[in-house]
Design a protein around this ligand. Structure first.
Ligand code: SF4
Length: 248
């Protein structure tokens, strides 16, 4: 991205951005480098600073950090940096542990073992700086945990014109291709897409604390898998606590 591209996007009504910065420069550049191995941190930070100059209330920027053991080790420095540099209302922050989705060189990275404990601890530490956490909206409002892939009117257009649902682990799977966009227009197999959006609750969901937030749609691909549910429930309660702290 460049400031010119940002201006161009905004003039074309693209208002919501998610930009990943994985901690301070050394941590970020150890995994997010360019083809020539040059780091990308400085450029991203400059672009984020450019967003501060934009005077358009529709624009919002989510700064996402994927937490690995080394980023977690330096987390206080990163939280303080975010507070000192990106405290404007245009920014929100989100922290997620890095995951192994089995692609490329995923196996070369150390991962956090206890996701819930780590995320709850980061939220606790963020209180010191009153950081505007995405968690407060994302994990506390009705239907806010419904994955975008489970939303009826959500699609992504891949670089080759394929229309898909999931941007994550299922990105390149055949079951993730709903149709195509080409010079003749848009074609979507709506019956195939309905498998991502229309299915029953499980018995477990009916008594779940966060049924109204998730509705068994935290991840349509893993709808038979409830391993992650406790993590979501715990971050919901932590998000509520954070909400009342930061909205006194
Ligand atoms: S049990 Fe799991 S999938 Fe079902 S509503 Fe609760 S968090 Fe969502």
């Amino acid at each position: 991205m460049t400031p010119e591209m940002i201006d161009n996007f905004i003039s074309n009504n693209i208002f919501r951005y998610q930009i990943t910065v994985d901690g301070m420069e050394k941590d970020h550049d150890s995994s997010r480098y360019l083809a020539g191995k040059q780091g990308s941190w400085k450029t991203i930070i400059e672009n984020l600073k450019y967003f501060k100059t934009i005077n358009n209330k529709n624009v919002s920027v989510l700064i996402r950090s994927n937490i690995t053991p080394s980023i977690y080790h330096n987390i206080d420095e990163w939280l303080e940096y975010l507070h000192n540099n990106f405290n404007e209302p245009i920014f929100r922050m989100h922290f997620e542990t890095a995951k192994n989705f089995g692609k490329m060189n995923d196996f070369n990275f150390n991962l956090i073992e206890n996701e819930t404990e780590t995320v709850l601890d980061i939220i606790e530490r963020a209180k010191k700086w009153y950081l505007p956490l995405e968690l407060v909206g994302f994990r506390t409002l009705p239907f806010s945990m419904v994955c975008y892939a489970a939303r009826q009117f959500h699609y992504i257009v891949d670089y080759n014109g394929e229309i898909k649902k999931c941007t994550s682990a299922s990105l390149d799977e055949p079951y993730n291709i709903m149709g195509a966009l080409d010079s003749s227009g848009v074609k979507i197999d709506y019956k195939k897409a309905a498998k991502w959006t229309s299915y029953e609750l499980s018995e477990k969901c009916k008594t779940c604390d966060i049924l109204g937030l998730c509705y068994r749609r935290k991840c349509p691909v893993s709808k038979e898998n409830f391993h992650n549910c406790n993590h979501l429930i715990e971050t919901y309660y932590k998000g509520l606590e954070y909400y009342y702290l930061t909205n006194k």
